[in-house]
Design a protein around this ligand. Sequence first.
Ligand code: SF4
Ligand code: SF4
Length: 648
Amino acid sequence: MKRIGVFICHCGVNIADTVDVELLTEKLAEYPGVAHIENYMFMCSDPGQNLIKEAIEKHKLDGVVVAACSPTLHESTFQDAISEVGVNKYQLEIGNIREQCSWVHNVKEEATRKAELIIKTAVEKAKLNQALDPVKAPLTKRVLIIGGGIAGIQAALDIADGGYEVIMVEKKPSIGGHMIQLSETFPTLDCSQCILTPKMVQLGKHKNIKLYVNSELEEISGFMGNFKAKIKRQPQFVDPEKCTLCDDCTDSCPVVVPSEYDEGLDYRRAIYVPFPQAIPSTYTIDTEHCLGFEPIACGECKKVCLPEAIDYDKKPEIFKEDIGAIIVATGYDLYPVENIPEYGYGKYPDVMNGLQFERILSATGPTGGKMLRPSDGKVPKEVVFIQCSGSRDPERHNAYCSKICCMYTLKHAKLYKHKVHDGQPYVFYIDIRSGGKRYEEFIQEGVKEDGIIYIRGKVAKVYKEGDKMVVHGMDTLTGKKVTVKADLVVLAQSMVPSEGAKDLFKNLKIGTDKDGFLSEAHPKLRPLESLQSGFFLAGAGQGPKDIPDAISQASGAAAKILALMSQDEVQHEPIIATVDDNKCSGCGICIGTCPYGARILNDNMIAEVNDILCEGCGACIAACPSGASQQKNLTDDQILNMINVILN
Ligand code: SF4
Ligand code: SF4
């Protein structure tokens, strides 16, 4: 029979004030299987761990129960301690008598009784625990990054500089994301393009980075350390090796469409370079708007292209890449303001979104950086900014705060004042959230030095009267209605996951929250990883964030991956599902139940578990009608023994 040691922690007063640890020690000393028991003030401390190690050696223990706090806090601490003295780390059980007992009860007698049951169930489980070894598999030391915005770029550079190969997939014709559209960044007012383009150039030239633009991830298979990616690249129809960037093709193209880079405030041709600093700097034919070349309906660009760089016969290509880990950096889009019809976006040209205003402010924008409104090209003398457009409105729009709008609205108002000294910016706000280094000071400066008028309240409607935009709202501080007649209205829209992200995340089988943003493995302790092993998160695809936060998260994810890449093989928790061949009827129910695709039916029609893919969630075990599926160290026998303790 196993010799189990039980170690009860006081956790200072956290446990001992509510649970009678001395009485428990006395009572449980006689419990079958318990070969040794003691209690201590702080079991996780060095002396506490030494006490466990000495007891293991002295009493020849081969199973350990630590009755203390949640296993998420110190399970690995105690696992390491017992392995140091030769006991397999999976012979450890934690009885959580803090979060699940002392913290939620205040009657000592009852809490002590409950702690006794928790410890007894842990002992019952420990009795049947097997010694296990981590599942090991070879590691492909290459990283896939999905998304070429600032988060993806930063992560790619960090990993590539660390000496590992990076494959970046970007669905647009250039990397740069939304940051390349910005004029200046808060709170320092650095020129966004000046700080981003050197990184883009560095990425484009990096010997360890392979860049696929105009591309999407078609399929991913495999498991952490050994993924296989299928990437579909749409043709650009222009050979970058031959193209001299003369622009003759663009000049000849008869098709004019709204420019994505300028958020529809300017135009581009069907053959175009997305923006002057694009990486790669190559022309692309936008087949959606081109008059067509199957059969050739126009052919003007090809006719004028002297170096014969244009080839209409190019087809989509599929590339296969072996990958060890993946960073998902898919970024954000803006909440469609068309969903807020009362603000008049799309109806009135002088109601615009935040990114459009960035383009008006930018020297590379449609007005060359001059503050001119779209309808008539006049300088707007009064501008209303409406914060929380689509955010913090659980009844009608998104319940969450988009985190960056307070700051970028202030930046917009400030930059507007720098261009129109006699202009008046008004900001409608719910409240101001300026949690960031120098953010609050930035707000205060805006109010004091730039004369920005803040009106606390929500806007009810925006409509046109003559050449003015009339903004009706309620000042919630005075309780009075407010009307501002403005020349321009700018909406600070909510951030939402980027277009197409929903399908991609589904394809990758990675979890999202109710708003469609990527879910972290643990919101506090593992914020850079997905629950799906081998997937790491960076940037606004995980939730609204500003540039410093996106970069920090990207570098954090890159550091995690560099640590992973420094290993020779991947290790995976062995608490996974098993199949008893003799009991499996081959019904296949578990195959469809497994959310991780870890099960197959083999040639003998018996279910098999891929040890690396299995996350030990237990879904298949619950679904298996013949009892053939079990989980290592959480078998039906263990569970029944634990239940018996409670019922008896
Ligand atoms: S073929 Fe297409 S891209 Fe080329 S010039 Fe004509 S419309 Fe423009
Ligand atoms: S335990 Fe979960 S992850 Fe493992 S095979 Fe069963 S359903 Fe799939």
